[in-house]
Ligand binder design. Structure first.
Ligand SMILES: [Fe+2]
Ligand SMILES: [Fe+2]
Length: 274
């Protein structure tokens, strides 16, 4: 998997400071530190897939993509907010949220489960950048998010392709596949995203998961339209081995979209956002 675009391909002259949305800027700050942490995730994945030479090579290229995403986002933030100290914020993030890179086996239980989880993560990132691309009027950020979203979709396809190979050996049942993906959805209730948001934006109140989950989730969920959820659920169904345009996909789209809208409204009320 070679890189499809480089840092130098971005047309930085497109930046228009009048069109920067502070809420999107705060989300991009969180995204920049998470993406830049791709090299630690890469070390973990290479341990899990030790001996699978073809996949190890692809993981190396994948790491380069993710770190590039962090770098490009950090550069855009420097245009939008010159006071942002990326290195300082990134160090604070990795200190507060370390990854167990020395794990010898997948924390998901098996290689197929690990790949299924990676598919879920790439679905999350590809829809997230599509949502930001559609939600921003700032032309440079639009261009950047369009390129990153395309990369994330390629990453999904990469992990999906290798998942087929491991699934042929492990033969995870439908319920197991559903359970792994469901667990991953629940991990969104962990600290990774709210803590990144808190650290990257130098939160003024002490960190609590509950409060910053509300702040982060409200900012994100309010941006999702039905078409974004529809696309994400099609990829989800494909990953677990059911028809991407079947009944389950329609049902999941309806449920997830409604849940996001109701959570967004509830969190806005809790936080006093009108
Ligand atoms: Fe990424
Ligand atoms: Fe990715």
């Amino acid at each position: 998997m070679s890189q499809h675009w480089k840092f130098e391909d971005i047309d930085w002259s497109r930046f228009d400071s009048r069109k920067v949305n502070p809420s999107l800027l705060a989300l991009i700050k969180a995204g920049s530190v998470i993406e830049h942490n791709g090299s630690d995730y890469g070390r973990y994945l290479k341990n899990v897939f030790k001996g699978d030479v073809a996949l190890e090579k692809e993981i190396d290229a994948w790491v380069l993509d993710e770190v590039k995403h962090g770098k490009v986002l950090a550069e855009w933030i420097r245009f939008a907010d010159p006071s942002f100290d990326f290195e300082e914020r990134f160090n604070a993030y990795v200190t507060g949220f370390p990854i167990n890179v020395e794990a010898e086996e997948s924390i998901r239980g098996s290689r197929a489960s690990e790949l299924l989880t990676r598919c879920m993560i790439e679905i999350g990132t590809s829809t997230f950048y599509t949502v930001i691309k559609d939600g921003t009027e700032e032309p440079l950020l639009k261009q950047i998010c369009s390129k990153i979203a395309a990369d994330e979709l390629r990453h999904y396809k990469l992990f999906y392709t290798h998942l087929q190979r491991y699934q042929a050996q492990e033969k995870l049942s439908f319920f197991k596949r559903f359970w792994v993906t469901f667990n991953r959805l629940n991990e969104n209730q962990d600290d990774e995203l709210p803590f990144a948001y808190y650290v990257a934006n130098k939160g003024t109140t002490p960190y609590t998961r509950q409060h910053y989950t509300k702040v982060y989730s409200q900012a994100v969920y309010s941006l999702y339209g039905k078409k974004h959820v529809d696309q994400g659920m099609a990829l989800f169904c494909k990953a677990i081995g059911v028809n991407p345009r079947g009944l389950l996909q329609k049902l999941m789209t309806f449920m997830v979209h409604n849940r996001m809208a109701s959570r967004s409204a509830k969190y806005a009320a809790d936080l006093g956002i009108s």
